[in-house]
Design a protein around this ligand. Structure first.
Ligand SMILES: *[C@@H]1O[C@H](CO)[C@@H](O)[C@H](O)[C@H]1NC(C)=O
Length: 154
């Protein structure tokens, strides 16, 4: 099988696993208005939101519903602000690592996103979750592969 096919199958496998969860809960807060939203996080005192009940973004209408939780750490002139909430578009770093963007001098932001309920509580994105996801993905991939092989030989 070509590497391209492999990648396509893995992608399909991942999709079929991720899409099964319909409702998603995330923490939604801003440390600017509630210090408990910062690190260390105090999850019990802060509201959870049902991201599945949020409106899709206007310009993404009919395309993307919220399907991930995100956490943003903004550092502006030595001040840190942490914003947690629902997110929309997953990328290859979702559930794996955070993305750091540096702006001008003394301004930077780090974005983390993840796809499990209430996963934007902690800083680290779960490695065990990623392993589980990979495991599920391989099972899905195997399943898809088996089927296509059987279809071809019949
Ligand atoms: C979140 O909202 C969805 C869609 O309305 C609903 O199906 C689901 O049960 C809700 N989940 C929780 C935990 O309230």
């Amino acid at each position: 099988m070509s590497p391209f096919m492999d990648k396509t199958l893995l992608f399909l496998g991942l999709l079929c696993c991720i899409q099964v969860s319909t409702a998603l809960m995330c923490y939604d807060c801003n440390s600017e208005f509630d210090p408990r939203c910062g690190d260390p996080f105090e999850p019990y005192s802060i509201g959870e939101v049902n991201c599945s009940k949020q409106e899709p973004l206007e310009h993404l209408k009919d395309k993307f519903k919220p399907m991930l939780c995100r956490k943003t750490v903004q550092k502006i002139y030595g001040k840190t602000r942490i914003v947690r909430g629902c997110g929309y578009i997953p990328d290859e770093r979702t559930d794996r690592e955070c993305v750091r963007r540096s702006g001008t001098h003394d301004v930077s932001a780090t974005y983390c996103s993840c796809t499990k309920d209430l996963c934007n509580a902690a800083t680290a994105v779960g490695n065990s979750q990623m392993l589980m996801l990979l495991g599920l993905a391989s099972i899905c991939t195997l399943f898809v592969t088996r089927h296509s092989i059987r279809d071809m030989s019949s």
